[in-house]
Write a protein that binds this ligand. Structure first.
Ligand code: IDP
Ligand code: MG
Length: 168
């Protein structure tokens, strides 16, 4: 597939405020394809790895609590992979600037985001900002079989000793 892919996460404030439908509708303006989607309980390891490039920022610990839903009494985010021409730029435009006060008021972050008293930008949605970041993030959040296109090379691996939960 020669098109661009990007990771979107509807953050816990988006789920808590029942904004999922609005956000997906706004994103549909980009005419991209959803090729992966799931609801995720974000464990500490996943949060730390996702935001590892920000680990020296003063707001890092608050950011980890935020993405894990600890600030909203939520244990869910929704993660999606969008694919299509210039997917990263199109989604970032609809998402708006990182700081919700500076974001275009008709962008998702401008319309629904806010700045907490701690200073953290509570901005409803994550969107990859460039293609190497998108690849890193998509591989972090999704297994190859959870995406309906072969976005990146994958291999078959056997895990004979693996224990998995199955339906009783
Ligand atoms: P992005 O989400 O627009 O790509 P990043 O710099 O990757 O922005 O930061 C990740 C998240 O960390 C932001 O979405 C926001 O929630 C939070 N954040 C980033 N910069 C700041 C800041 O200067 N103050 C408070 N929170 C911030
Ligand atoms: Mg970013």
């Amino acid at each position: 597939m020669d098109q661009e892919a990007t990771l979107v996460i509807i953050k816990p404030d988006g789920l808590k405020k029942s904004l999922t439908g609005n956000i997906l509708t706004r994103l549909s303006e980009a005419k991209l394809k959803i090729i992966g989607a799931k609801v995720v309980e974000v464990k500490e390891d996943l949060a730390n790895t996702h935001y590892s490039h920000l680990k020296d920022k003063p707001f890092f610990q608050e950011l980890i609590k935020y993405i894990r839903g600890k600030l909203h009494g939520e244990n869910r985010v929704m993660s999606l992979v969008y694919c299509g021409e210039n997917a990263i730029g199109k989604v970032r435009r609809i998402a708006g600037a990182t700081n919700p006060e500076e974001a275009d008021p008709i962008s998702i972050r401008g319309a629904y985001g806010r700045i907490l008293t701690t200073g953290l930008y509570e901005n409803v949605i994550h969107a990859s900002s460039e293609s190497s970041e998108a690849e890193r993030e998509i591989k972090l959040w999704f297994n190859p079989d959870e995406i309906v296109y072969d976005l990146y090379p994958a291999l078959e691996k056997q895990f004979s000793s693996q224990t998995r939960r199955v339906w009783q």
